[in-house]
Design a protein around this ligand. Structure first.
Ligand code: E4P
Length: 217
């Protein structure tokens, strides 16, 4: 299972990278705006910096929504670094753009997936990743984890190479349940990844071991 961090914050990306368990990064326009990144040059530079920190797939989302604009923008993003994955929204023109990039050998991540049918279409168009948004489904009282299960069954039935990139992760339990179902990748905020570390019995046990170690001189 691959672990991606879902942020454009360079400090958090460095912290996750230092842990030694990071396989990639996902961003979106909201996460980029949160870091105050604006303007084409600043956006391209920020992705370049992320690629220099992490040696793995880095999802960079197009800002446009028409086929012509998306392929122009995606080509520019892909030219930044070989690890850039062009992130394309799940819309009709997006399907065409996925196919265009697939034919060119440029990696893609289809974002804003909320149904199994959308994931199937993206896989048919040659997406390397589909990003079902768990947390946003949970927010409207729909079980996001059911969607991961449905997509897993469909992709396994037809041996699609497209990887399930579980997104909109809000808790360590999301990560554990994705691992149980067999999502290929999770992309998560740093705090949910770090929360996987915690167990009170680990803290208690370690405190005892440290105390006993002192007795041993
Ligand atoms: C990742 O690709 C998505 O953009 C992200 O996980 C969305 O998360 P959110 O629903 O917490 O904004």
């Amino acid at each position: 299972m691959k672990f991606f961090i879902d942020t454009a914050n360079l400090e958090q990306i460095k912290e996750a990278q230092d842990l030694g368990i990071l396989d990639g990064v996902t961003t979106n326009p909201s996460l980029m705006a949160k870091e105050g990144i604006s303007g084409k040059d600043a956006i391209l530079n920020h992705y370049k910096t992320i690629c220099e920190i992490v040696d793995g797939d880095i999802s960079a989302e197009v800002l446009s929504t028409t086929y012509e604009e998306m392929i122009k923008e995606g080509d520019e993003l892909a030219a930044i670094h070989p690890n850039i994955v062009v992130k394309i929204p799940m819309i009709k023109d997006g399907i065409k753009a996925l196919k265009y990039f697939s034919n060119k050998g440029i990696k893609t991540n289809c974002t804003l997936i909320f149904s199994a049918g959308q994931a199937l279409l993206a896989a048919k168009a040659g997406a390397n990743y589909v990003s079902p948004f768990l947390g946003r489904l949970d927010d409207i009282s729909v079980d996001g984890m059911n969607l991961i299960e449905e997509i897993r069954i469909i992709f396994d039935n037809y041996m699609f190479d497209t990887e399930i990139l579980a997104a909109s992760i809000r808790s360590p339990m999301h990560i554990i349940n994705c691992a149980k179902i067999g999502a290929d990748v999770i992309t998560s905020p740093l705090d949910s990844i770090l929360n996987l570390l915690n167990h009170p019995l680990t803290d208690k046990g370690l405190a005892q071991f440290v105390a006993d170690a002192k007795k041993m001189g």
